[in-house]
Design a protein around this ligand. Structure first.
Ligand code: DC
Length: 471
């Protein structure tokens, strides 16, 4: 079967930087190119979205040109791209051509200085996340004389609220009149950490400026000015091999909580792809219904599923699910399919079949994966885990709203009953039941607006705040 969408194989290889279209045709003719494991020697072949392409056994991927910018944020401007109180944000300050770029990490409103901006999600993660060890340098102007004892405390660690410890390296201290100017560096800055540390030591921070992020220096950029990073700077920040690693964001939670809508919006904001794993369960359920396999016959179901090719691809951000090459996306929304999915998802053999498929969908720069056991079983090592929750009544209201939008009038009580039944099955089953991963951030969305939930999650990821455990 030939996929009419997708990109012609020679163009695809050229986009991977393997040479001009003509030059790469030879690779195809010589039979060195494989798509999803099968050799392709036909030049008319189109590479479907999300296919894995390899040349001589090595996987190749199209290159994309990303932008990397150093920007001197003014004091009083917020890093967040949207502010409910309509205060000035970085986005308001930036020229139009930079508005699609996202800040890497964040600077507090009253902190000025170097903020990197990019549309390369993997790069942003690497720079913001403490595990990659990128050192950030700050110049702090404080009241009072910073003594040797203060310096020792700053370097040893200062106890902050809620048992957190703030620790920095101190570069230099200059004392003048009633104040001191201190240069400090740190790999990780908890929110307002530097300010709090000096406050604990009895020094009020009068000005805080970030002057370097790794090898990138603020130098002569004046507040509000920006410049592109040099290739050397980008390369120096990208020395880790994380470029080929997908950043995984997991989003688990009960039915009707809004994981799909939230996940899709979060993925779009982060420049990641988005996977609804429930659709995979639904696709296999559809297969079982069509072949009239009893929904509790684990071995028969698993056997049938092993012989089935399930594909999950994104086209223009919308998922497309194919069963043995047939697009079944439209059929997955039905209530009978949802019920069958719920039933078969309790069977370990079924979950087993879907495990490798789900893991393969994690492609760089990153992916938001939504489901029930994603943070616990499918991606236990994910960098960012969220558990979305809401009261049953609120979830029923949201679901009923979805139905209404589709032109179907369903009473909220009906929906609530249906959700309760599904919750019961999802939670009670032995195989990978719905439960919150210990290291997942718990988000009770009952009283939160949709935009608030999205903002909260995006900001956690952009700030590299992965391991924040609530509760
Ligand atoms: O999210 P959804 O309603 O499309 O999911 C359909 C069913 O599949 C649901 O009853 C729970 C199950 N499921 C699961 O067990 N594990 C997942 N990761 C995703 C869905």
């Amino acid at each position: 079967m030939r996929d009419q969408r997708g990109i012609r194989i020679n163009r695809y290889l050229a986009m991977c930087g393997l040479g001009a279209r003509r030059a790469v045709e030879r690779l195809v003719k010589e039979g060195r190119v494989a798509v999803d494991g099968a050799v392709v020697d036909d030049l008319a072949f189109r590479v479907p979205p999300d296919a894995a392409v390899s040349v001589g056994g090595k996987e190749v991927r199209p290159r994309r040109r990303f932008r990397y910018v150093a920007y001197n944020k003014k004091r009083g401007v917020l890093t967040t791209t949207r502010d409910p109180h309509r205060r000035r944000t970085v986005r308001d300050e930036l020229p139009r051509q930079l508005r699609d770029l996202k800040p890497v990490g964040r600077l507090d409103g009253d902190t000025e200085g170097l903020l990197l901006l990019t549309d390369d999600g993997s790069f942003a993660h690497r720079v913001a996340h403490p595990s990659f060890g990128v050192v950030k340098k700050y110049v702090v102007v404080v009241g009072g004389r910073v003594t040797k004892k203060d310096v020792a405390a700053l370097e040893r660690g200062v106890e902050l609220e809620e048992g957190h410890i703030g620790k920095v390296n101190v570069g230099s201290v200059k004392r003048s009149g009633a104040g001191s100017t201190v240069s400090v560096s740190a790999v990780y800055g908890r929110k307002r950490m530097i300010r709090q540390m000096f406050a604990v030591l009895g020094h009020k921070v009068k000005a805080l400026r970030r002057v370097a992020v790794g090898p990138v220096k603020l130098s002569r950029l004046r507040p509000g000015e920006w410049r592109e990073l040099t290739e050397e700077e980008v390369a120096a920040l990208g020395v880790s091999d994380a470029r080929d690693v997908a950043v995984v964001v997991t989003m688990d939670g009960p039915a009707g909580v809004g994981k799909s809508t939230v996940g899709k919006a979060v993925a779009r904001r982060l420049g990641f792809s988005f996977v609804e794993t429930g659709k995979l369960y639904r696709a296999l359920a559809l297969k079982a219904l069509r072949e009239e396999i009893p929904l509790d016959d684990g071995p028969r179901l698993a056997g049938a599923f092993e012989r089935t090719e399930v594909r999950y691809a994104l086209t223009d951000g919308e998922p497309l699910v194919a069963l043995d090459g047939e697009d079944v996306t439209a059929e997955l929304a039905g209530g009978d399919v949802a019920d069958a999915a719920s039933a078969i998802s309790a069977l370990p053999a079924v979950r087993e079949v879907l495990l490798p498929l789900q893991r393969r969908l994690a492609k760089p720069p990153g992916v938001v994966v939504e489901g029930r056991d994603i943070g616990t079983v499918v991606f236990p090592d994910a960098a960012y885990k969220f558990y979305l929750d809401a009261s049953p009544g609120e979830r029923a209201r949201r679901r009923a709203g979805d139905f209404a939008a589709m032109g179907k009038a369903v009473a909220a009580e009906e929906v609530e009953k249906d959700l309760a039944a599904r919750d019961g099955r999802d939670v009670a089953r032995d195989a990978a039941p719905l439960r919150r991963a210990e290291d997942a951030v718990y988000v009770d969305t009952t009283a939160m607006a949709f935009e608030e939930v999205v903002d909260f999650i995006v900001e956690c990821v952009e700030r590299g705040e992965a391991a924040r455990t609530a509760g």
